[in-house]
Ligand binder design. Sequence first.
Ligand code: AMP
Length: 473
Amino acid sequence: MSFSHLGLSEKVLAAVAATGYKTPTPIQDQAIPHVLARRDVLGIAQTGTGKTAAFVLPMLTMLETGRARARMPRTLILEPTRELAAQVEESFIKYGVNHNKLNVALIIGGVSFDDQDAKLMRGVDVLIATPGRLLDHNERGRLLLSGVELLVIDEADRMLDMGFIPDIERICKLVPFTRQTLFFTATMPPEIRRITEQFLSNPVRVEVSKPATTVATTAQFLARSGRDGAEKRDTLRRLIRSAEGMKNGIIFCNRKRDVATLHRSLLRHGFSVQALHGDMDQSARTAALEQFRKNEVTLLVASDVAARGLDIPDVSHIYNFDVPIHADDYVHRIGRTGRAGRSGTAITIVAGSNDAKAVAAIEKLIGQTIPFMDTIPGTPAEPQHEPRHEPRHEPRHEPRQTARPPQRGRHEHQRRPQQPERRPPSQQQQAAPVARIEEARSRRVPQPVHKPMDDGDASHLPAFLLRPVPLKA
Ligand code: AMP
């Protein structure tokens, strides 16, 4: 099946052909004809399914007729983060190569109001915005939403997590009642269901895959660690150093503060790493992402909000430094790897009984058990010295890692036998990562137990992790 039967314009079909896409993805196939027929659409789809093109392509077709008026955008796309908004803008540039007269404007926080205002003044066909900045412009009387013919609410469940639902409700009331609405979400929690019932009119429901499925090509593992931050960082370093086939990796933390701490620590330990979190200014976020996309750095430490939905092709490794608090986030995090049939590895560090409970919730959601790695290669550091200056709020010496296995919750204790695992290895446990990590371990020259691993000597690091990284003050 090709794109030609969907009802898209010649200009759009030519742009799609130029990108090399031959076949519409299921969400494109199912949603585009309804969008062109001016129906409301409720799309249940994650990033990576081609959902952006599912609304961008028909919008381009529909916008070929008509003209924009000053301060009155014709269409509005709401995105939860600045990065996602920028990605959607890139899609308009890519698929809109033949639409010379189309005006697309990005209204996001962290950049100048005046430039955005000047764009609004010129008249905008497509306004892509984050909710807060959009409402700021509206409250200043610089933007009228009464001309919006089509509203797209993207990543709605993420908007919910970020507390944007009241803003979304306000915006929905500012755009005309008669507009067409396209609503995309990966999951349908009750609050999202309520919003769809309130603001969508007889929508066509398009669901392309179960929200909570993980990619079959991603090998998933758990790694035990002590609870202390320094112990977790040591575990992470050992996991990264022993990873086989690593091209690049994303390390997820639950809190912005921890993203910054971990980033500094990894830099001090000689890793090629950038950080991405919501407190960084826009230019720093964009620069970090670009460096990672271009493979100028190997690792990216990120928070969920910053990394949600980012289209980073072919990530080989995901590390969950913290077990995500919401089980859904696990699916989103590991969805960064194993894309387009490529194999990937996702390792979650489990430290303590709360983590074990969160893992149990994840396993319930994804309907599969994630095996523990039998051993984490590398000698636990004893004691760990951070190579240069330790941030003030952390201990100067990382505490000794005890020989005792990390504390485990009752729940976990009941479900999981003590190491070594006695049950026959599952298919996943037989899968490459565990075996490869074990092989790597036996190949490694044993390190003297009392030698601090990280003081100055970086010879044990793989070369790709030693690329120089420009340090920002
Ligand atoms: P999205 O879910 O919108 O983030 O898209 C995920 C990735 O799929 C992006 O890199 C798109 O460029 C790509 N993509 C979108 N549509 C197609 C298609 N029909 N065929 C192949 N790749 C596509």
